[in-house]
Design a protein around this ligand. Sequence first.
Ligand SMILES: C[S@@+](CC[C@H](N)C(=O)[O-])C[C@H]1O[C@@H](n2cnc3c(N)ncnc32)[C@H](O)[C@@H]1O
Length: 261
Amino acid sequence: MVHESYLWYTSADKRLRFSLLLAEWLRQSYAARMLATTVPIVSQPYLGDCLDVLTTLADESVDLILTDPSYGNEYISRSHSLPLTKIANNGQEAYDLLDQALAIAWHKLKPDRHVYIFTNWQAYEPMAAIVRKYFKIKNVLVWEKNNFTRGDLKGNYGYSTEWIMYAHKGWWPLNGKREGNVLHYKKVPTQSMRHPTEKPVELLKYLIEKSTLEGEIVLDMFMGAGSTCVAAKRTNRRYIGIELEQEWFAVATKRLEAVTG
Ligand SMILES: C[S@@+](CC[C@H](N)C(=O)[O-])C[C@H]1O[C@@H](n2cnc3c(N)ncnc32)[C@H](O)[C@@H]1O
C-alpha cells in the first residue's frame, strides 16, 4: 500500500515541475514576442501560401494592406508570352481564401490603418461581404482604364473599370488634399504585361502615398508579379509581398531587384 505522504509528495512535485515548465514557456514566448515586435521588418517578397506566411508576421506590424486577390471568375489569359495563363485559386475557392487571409491579416495591421482590395462589379458582392467581417468599407474607388475588355460587343456596354474597396480598421486620415473616388490610370499594355492581371504601378503608388508615410510597411498577400511591392519601393516604403506560384515570385523578385534607390 502506498503511504499518504508519498502521494502528497509526488503530486506536489508534479505541481512544482508544471509551474517551472509554465514559467519557462511564458518566458520564452514573451522573449519571442519582444523579438518579433522589436526587430525592424526588412522589405521582402515571400514564396508560399499567404495563410502560412501571414501567421509568421508580428501582430500590428503592418501600416497598410493593399492587395489584389483573385476575383473568383476563372479568368484565363490568351497571352502566349506569359509563363502561366491561369491564376491559382481563381474559382469559388477564392472567396474562402480571402476570408481566411483577412482573418489573419486583420491582426497584422496596426490599429486605425487603411486597406485597399481590388475587385470588379461582378465580384464586388461576395468580396465586400467578406471584407465587412473585418473592416469598415468607407468607399469604392473606380479605376477607369483606357480600354474595354471584350464580351458581348453588340449587346453590352464595355467594361472600362475595375473597382477598389477602400476600408478602415478604426479611423486614420488620408494624406494630401481631398480627392474624388474615380481614378484615371492607363492599364499595363497587353504586350508588356508580366502577369495576366497586372496592375499599374502608378495607380498603386498613388494609393500608397495617400495612406502611408515613407518608411512604413505595405502588405500585399496576393503579390502576383510584385506590382504593389515595386510601387512601395519606388515611394520609399517597406513591403511584404506573398505569392504562391514560383513563376510569379521569380518575376516579382527580378522586378524588385531592378528598382534602385
Ligand atoms: C490577381 S493576381 C495579383 C496580380 C498583381 N496585382 C500584379 O500586379 O501582378 C493574384 C495572385 O495571387 C496568387 N495567389 C493565389 N492563391 C494564393 C495564396 N494562397 N497565397 C499567396 N498567393 C496566392 C496568384 O498566384 C496570383 O498571382
